[in-house]
Design a binder for this molecule. Structure first.
Ligand SMILES: [Zn+2]
Length: 289
């Protein structure tokens, strides 16, 4: 269990939900930090605070300054685009393969999206100023940020195409798989309300779509905020975007970061295992150099 050492509360503007982030000591589960040489990691670690975030915690609100920077070790954070009519839709999902607010290295800027924890987790937190200073000193940190930025861009492009082209059952299956890649629990601790927000659809649409997934055997049960999945069947239901997106990002991390096979950003899916032998060997050979 994590060793809680004190509390850190991040307050939001009046009338909004508060997110509670608690400081912890944890190891490095973040895939980006795990690739840094010790000397480069050492530019960051003195300034890290280890924190945990609860489900539904808001880490950055749209319009907030991108500060601090979070490196998640576990959990899943959704980036939500808030529309003027009150609707919102997820643009990307981030877990231990990412770094929230890392684009603050480009200079002080405001977030265009709200980052909300869809599943509880832990992270290392650092001020944007300290992170920018380390970024300026370290080519390895600059490389990590650049690879991560391209992975986020890739995910944004896939999600945009998916939203335009694919049916809601395929998209729901994709989000469930993306959540399961980042939080290995099964049943997944996620509510239908949260899934409706990810998809940008009504809750009733999620209920109807879940019944389709149940009929296909991809979701054996869905009770009280816990969704049991049959991963292999869910992969068959998901649109092609899931396998394509994860495989491309996985390959990018393996080829461009010094990633050990055990530190792949995502779990090896049944789809990836059958189609991704090439990517696997490249990850392994890179790690062996
Ligand atoms: Zn799709």
């Amino acid at each position: 269990m994590l060793d809680e050492i004190n509390g850190y509360r991040r307050s939001l503007d009046a009338g909004s939900r508060e997110s509670i982030v608690t400081v912890h000591r944890t190891g490095i589960g973040n895939r980006l930090l795990a690739t840094l040489p010790p000397a480069d990691l050492g530019l960051l670690t003195p300034y890290f605070q280890k924190v945990s975030f609860e489900t539904d915690a808001v880490l950055v609100r749209s319009g907030d300054e991108l500060d601090p920077v979070y490196f998640p070790h576990s959990g899943a954070i959704a980036f939500m685009l808030d529309m003027p009519d009150g609707q919102s839709v997820a643009t990307t999902l981030m877990g231990r393969e990412g770094a929230l607010a890392s684009f603050s290295v480009l200079g002080p800027s405001l977030s265009s999206v709200t980052a909300i924890a869809r599943m509880a987790g832990t992270a290392s937190m650092i001020s944007a100023a300290k992170f920018r200073a380390a970024y300026a000193q370290s080519a390895a940190i600059r490389n990590v940020v650049q690879v991560h930025a391209r992975a986020v861009l890739l995910q944004l492009q896939h999600v945009a195409a998916c939203n335009a082209l694919h049916r809601v059952d395929g998209r729901l299956a994709r989000w469930l798989l993306q959540l399961h890649d980042r939080v290995p629990d099964n049943p997944l601790p996620v509510t239908q309300e949260a899934l409706a927000q990810l998809l940008g659809v009504r809750r009733t649409t999620v209920t109807l779509t879940m019944s389709k997934l149940r009929e296909a055997g991809a979701v054996p049960s869905d009770r009280r905020g816990f969704i049991e999945i049959d991963r292999a069947r869910l992969e068959r239901v998901a649109c092609d975007c899931y396998a394509l997106m994860q495989r491309n990002i996985d390959r990018m991390y393996c080829q461009e970061l010094s990633l050990q096979p055990a530190n792949r950003p995502f779990r090896q899916s049944a789809i990836g295992a059958s189609e991704g032998a090439d990517g696997e060997s490249r990850c392994a050979s890179r790690a062996g150099k």
